[in-house]
Design a protein around this ligand. Structure first.
Ligand code: UDP
Ligand code: MG
Length: 315
């Protein structure tokens, strides 16, 4: 049978029971219309809901939706693997020519998809939805701003500011992504790293009306750490710079004291200064060791070659 799936929509779901019905209803309306407008049969799409180990009955709801509507497919993980792994799993199974990603909490309105698709048809491989204004709490805005600032500085990958998860990808880009099996995943960076023709378009961003955000500050920091270490080795080089600078400074400081001693015979006093410098140098060394350790740990993790995710059930 020929492939009738033109569009695949991938949505990660983690405890979004309150949102699934509305998501399905609104997305169906949008997708059926899009199929018809593009001259395809109205069933030319699939929706892949990836349940990332929810514990609020989301999976039962997904199965229910699948029974009524075969265009909806579901995957259920053996436990919570994380947002980015859930997206990865969805991408592993898509059949469509055009792949749409969005969050499952309706912060990305499905109604914006046609607008993105019009842009995509101009010949792009990746169209990012960019939010003009983020509809989240002040704290969330500040932490998210810092997060992106650190990333853009350290990773050297050009990731558009204010991107939402709502975006459209071409099949060839998705095929490249499928081949990237690193364990520490930061999909925003991975997509940007691939290249091809990329553009952005402004979309609405809504406040979360139901359920709550799964990203708290520690989680965001962990993700930032992941992201920086998987895209850049700059932190490793910090040790070299710090070493250079401190040896340089100590050379002059040392010469200065020798000079004072020889020419003016002034002895060097200062218990405090010695203690402080010992602690300072010790601290810097521990910090650098920590950074080395992080990279070593990452290397170890990658060599374990565990599966990225484990499926419990699929419909
Ligand atoms: N999500 C997931 N696994 C997780 C955390 C979140 O699949 O471990 C999903 C979640 O259900 C939602 C999307 O990822 O569909 C984005 O999560 P959230 O809305 O909590 O993030 P925020 O919008 O607050 O950044
Ligand atoms: Mg959200």
């Amino acid at each position: 049978m020929e492939n009738l799936t033109e569009f695949s929509v991938v949505i990660p779901i983690y405890n979004e029971a309150e949102n699934i019905d509305e998501l399905h209803r609104r997305l169906t309306m949008v997708m059926e219309k899009l199929c018809v407008d593009e001259g395809h049969p109205k069933n030319c799409y699939e929706i892949i809901l990836v349940d990332d180990g929810s514990r609020d009955g989301s999976w039962a709801l997904i199965k229910g939706v699948h029974e009524k509507d075969a265009r909806v497919k579901g995957m259920n993980f053996s436990k919570n693997f994380g947002h980015h792994i859930a997206l990865t799993a969805g991408l592993d199974y898509v059949k469509g020519e055009t792949i749409i990603l969005m969050d499952g909490d309706l912060q990305d309105p499905p109604e914006e998809i046609p607008k993105l698709y019009r842009k995509f048809k101009e010949g792009y491989d990746l169209v990012y939805g960019i939010r003009r204004e983020r509809k989240d709490s002040f704290l969330k805005k500040v932490t998210s701003h810092m997060f992106w600032m650190i990333l853009r500085k350290f990773t050297g990958v050009d990731m558009p500011r204010n991107q939402t998860m709502l975006r459209i990808l071409s099949k060839r880009l998705v095929e490249v992504l499928r081949g990237m099996r690193e364990y520490a995943r930061f999909v925003h960076g991975m997509m940007a790293w691939v290249g091809f023709e990329v553009t952005t378009i402004e979309v609405e961003h809504r406040a979360r009306t139901r359920g709550k955000s799964k990203y708290n500050i520690p989680r965001l920091f962990k993700l930032a750490f992941h992201a920086v270490t998987s895209f850049s080795t700059v932190p490793l080089r910090l040790a070299i710079y710090a070493g250079f600078i401190s040896s340089f400074i100590s050379l002059f400081v040392g010469l200065y004291f020798i000079f004072r001693k020889i020419v003016y015979n002034i002895p060097v006093l200062g218990y405090a200064s010695i203690i402080v410098s010992i602690f300072f140098v010790g601290g810097v060394q521990l910090l650098m060791l920590g950074i080395f350790g992080e990279y070593l740990g990452r290397t170890y993790q990658e060599t374990q070659r565990r599966p990225l995710y484990i499926l419990k059930e699929k419909v």
